[in-house]
Design a protein around this ligand. Structure first.
Ligand code: GSH
Length: 211
């Protein structure tokens, strides 16, 4: 029995849904109201009181990138006919571990900035009051400039669909869905999004699709 504690609009949840689809793993979606978590959720599922969390036959994990790492490690196979380019085998490359971790953390920071903008700012346009929102807007633009130098038109790990690609695609598709900030106009990121953004495992978990 595999249960995903989730919210349909959550980009962090979506990363896990896409990975489960890539691995061809069956699971049950358990929607959690993120504005009023059930009383025992933090005590029994995720002490951080957030989604996603995954209960994999009694092994309960939280934190999206940890769950991705777990799924890649515990379920190394991909189904026949899986999309191309193939899914990577590990969260980060052994020989580029520090580079890949920095990329992952930079994308995660951009997503966290987006969440702050959504919670505390206007849903569209640049809300600059309070001032930390202006800093978050600057931060995402500098992160995107930096990512554009690390990306290639075929992703962060050419020849593969990497967890870095997965994180970026989900972050920027969610930014568009929430109309938070402009990210286009960077050659490598634009092409990476065109290259990986249509992957067949993505549409069914798009935030516009009812769960
Ligand atoms: N770092 C966490 C972030 C998870 C997160 O922030 N989830 C949001 C939904 S998108 C949430 O549960 N928010 C509820 C809250 O903060 O009260 C992860 O990667 O799983």
């Amino acid at each position: 029995m595999r249960t995903l504690y989730m919210s349909p609009f959550s980009p962090y949840t979506r990363k896990v849904r896409v990975m489960l689809a890539e691995k061809g793993l069956e699971y049950e979606n358990k929607k959690v109201a993120t504005d009023r978590f059930p009383a025992d959720y933090a005590a029994t599922i995720n002490p951080c009181a957030r989604v996603p969390a995954l209960d994999d036959n009694g092994r309960v994990l939280f934190e999206s990138n940890v769950i991705l790492d777990y799924l890649l490690t515990e379920y190394p196979d991909t189904p026949k006919g899986a999309p191309q380019p193939p899914l990577v085998k590990s969260l980060v490359r052994a020989d580029k571990r520090w580079d890949d971790w920095e990329t992952l953390v930079a994308i995660e920071t951009a997503l966290n900035c987006g969440l702050t903008m959504l919670r505390f700012g206007a849903h569209s346009g640049v809300a600059t009051d309070p001032p930390y929102l202006a800093r978050d807007h600057q931060r995402v633009q500098s992160i995107l400039d930096w990512l554009d130098k690390r990306a290639t038109p075929e992703g962060f790990v050419p020849g593969w669909f990497s967890v870095l690609d997965l994180n970026l695609v989900i972050t920027l598709q969610w930014v568009d869905f929430r109309k938070l900030f402009e990210w286009r106009g960077r050659p490598n990121i634009d092409r990476l999004m065109a290259f990986h953004g249509e992957r067949p495992t993505l549409p069914s978990s798009h935030p516009t699709v009812p769960v």
